[in-house]
Design a protein around this ligand. Structure first.
Ligand SMILES: [Zn+2]
Ligand SMILES: [Zn+2]
Length: 556
């Protein structure tokens, strides 16, 4: 029996603190070194182009993987990729039960159905607003508003106090999907006494309130009313509230909705299965698009960030099997520009503009609102909960610092700026960061997970920047042969370019300089001398440092 007086309450984010994306939060309760852990969310982030050949990136769960015997469960706040997208990749390393509300369960099951361990995962469906226990933690879900159904905050009660984990949220008085946030419950939790709030920082630099999803409906309807031909609207597949808004605007204008993109079909199936989107007519599939009159068609498509494999990129390239946009048609971007994607989106829009298709974006009209709280909403949250401690998450460091400042302005005594890996002791005693645990990023590279800092990823990045060269050195009877094939990639247009003779000369010189006996007989010494010489020669020729490999072939 442990001495409960020695128990601690810890918060350790392994992802999502110091960045926006790949959330992984851990709460620990118990005696130091033998805590019971609860994981909240397990998400991915998308490659911003820095790492070639890589699709998604996720937190390295090594810290909790080593303690998985003490990991009681994973609780998912909502169904966005940055909160559950890593489950299909990382669950086999954790093997814990997963708790989620019905819509999130539907989305999760669809994702897991593509793995070979779907039937091994214990999924416990919990109702909105429900209260249940996991190990030493007593959880109460509180429904807030966001851009997807069922955004749950969690009031996490422990013998050392209550932590309120907000998840992603805003206060939307008319969220289109679901009910407005349950502010009465927030006040009640505040009155009971909240020790700490762990809260979304995404929009801490935005003054006022974020704005309501309902405001977009009238604007979109008006724009669509003025369109003659086909209308296409690009948005995030997971923004189910927006899908409903767009569908309602389409219905008001007598247009049928066609979904382009499998992810849209999957998410709307999950939504309808759980009683959402009941007021909008059934959607048509891509294959139906050709049978509708242009002025009765509205196409919703994925790919608003310029993603090369998404429906919109294929429509832009006139490469989509079933959907064509023509001069006079209109394309509306009902989405934000994720920083880093400006160029890809600009190029995508240019392809449509060149073909006489009108492009409307959120810069021209109010057709997008964020799903995250602006400053007035954050202030209202702190007024409801009145915690002693604030730990901002879901933000880059600049967001966390600004959010901590805002929390202090709301009379929160301890506002703690903590990045991934920082172990915060919330209780007992004065709160603060007491340790740093190992963190890292993994990427799904083909069918494997590899650390982003690994040699595999580094050398691929390097090959992208500097090219690649293979020098084959043939040694015949102790002499370097005149023949020295060099293959390059990303360095020269023509592999027979005589400029490569300079590399051959340098390699031969380097080998000749080795001592004739011991050194020249040693394959490792010869290969390394050749590699260093070839690299130096490439650098002299092109001011590039290609990955350079040497194949040594001895004919004697
Ligand atoms: Zn979200
Ligand atoms: Zn998020």
């Amino acid at each position: 029996m442990s001495d409960t007086s020695a128990d601690e309450l810890l918060f350790v984010p392994l992802g999502g603190a110091g960045e926006i994306g790949m959330n992984l939060n851990l709460y620990g309760f118990g005696p130091p070194g033998n805590e019971t852990w609860l994981m909240v969310d397990l998400g991915v982030t998308f490659n911003d182009g820095e790492l070639p050949g890589v699709d998604v990136i996720m937190p390295d769960p090594a810290f909790i993987e080593e303690r998985r015997g003490n990991l009681a469960a994973l609780v998912l706040t909502h169904a966005h990729e940055d909160h559950l997208g890593a489950v299909p990749y990382l669950w086999p390393r954790l093997k814990c039960p997963i708790y989620a509300t019905p819509f999130t369960v539907s989305v999760l099951k669809r994702k897991l159905s593509e793995t070979d361990f779907a039937d091994q995962v214990e999924i416990i469906e919990v109702a909105l607003g429900s209260r249940f226990s996991i190990g030493p933690f007593d959880l109460e879900l509180v429904t807030l508003t966001h851009s997807i159904p069922e955004p749950n905050a969690i009031a996490l009660r422990t013998p050392l106090g209550t932590v309120f984990h907000t998840g992603d949220w805003k206060f939307d008085p008319d969220p289109v999907i679901g009910e407005p946030a349950d502010e009465a419950t927030l006040s009640r939790i505040g009155e009971e006494g909240a020790l700490a709030v762990v809260c979304d920082s995404t929009n801490v630099f935005v003054d006022g309130s974020t704005g309501s999803e309902a405001d977009i409906l009238d604007n979109l309807s008006g724009i669509i009313a003025g369109c003659a031909g086909q209308v296409a609207v690009a948005c995030f597949a997971t923004n189910v509230a927006r899908l409903e808004t767009i569908a309602t605007a389409a219905a008001r204008n007598g247009r049928d909705v066609v979904l382009a993109g499998r992810s849209l079909q999957r998410i709307t199936e999950a939504a309808r299965e759980n009683g959402y989107m009941q007021d909008v007519p059934a959607f048509l599939m891509e294959e139906d698009a050709g049978f509708l009159p242009d002025d009765k068609t509205l196409i919703i498509c994925t790919g608003s960030q310029g993603e090369p494999r998404a429906a919109l990129a294929r429509i832009a390239a006139e490469d989509h099997p079933r959907i064509n946009l023509n001069p006079g048609d209109t394309l509306i971007f009902s989405s934000r520009v994720i920083p880093g994607n400006e160029r890809a989106i600009g190029e995508l829009q240019a392809k449509f503009l060149r073909r006489g298709i009108k492009v409307i974006t959120a810069k021209d009209h109010m057709i997008h609102v964020s799903g995250h709280p602006a400053r007035d909403e954050l202030t209202r949250m702190y007024q409801h909960l009145r915690p002693q401690i604030a730990v901002p998450v879901h933000g880059e460091l600049r967001h966390l610092v600004e959010h901590a400042e805002l929390a202090r302005g709301c009379q929160v005594t301890h506002a703690i700026v903590n990045e991934n890996g920082g172990a915060v002791r919330l209780a007992p005693g004065a709160p603060g960061i007491i340790d740093h645990v190992a963190v890292g990023r993994l990427t799904s590279d083909g069918n494997r997970l590899v650390p982003t800092g690994s040699e595999i990823v580094k050398s691929r990045t390097r090959a992208m920047w500097h090219g690649f060269a293979v020098v084959t050195v043939i040694v015949d009877q102790g002499e370097v042969d005149d023949e020295m094939p060099i293959s390059t990639s990303g360095l020269l247009d023509d592999e027979d370019d005589p400029i490569l003779d300079e590399v051959r000369l340098a390699v031969r010189d380097a080998i000749d300089k080795l001592s004739p006996g011991a050194e020249q007989a040693d394959d490792l010494v010869v290969s390394e001398a050749a590699r260093v010489a070839a690299r130096r020669a490439f650098r002299g020729l092109f001011d590039k440092r290609p990955i350079t490999r040497v194949h040594l072939v001895r004919l004697d």
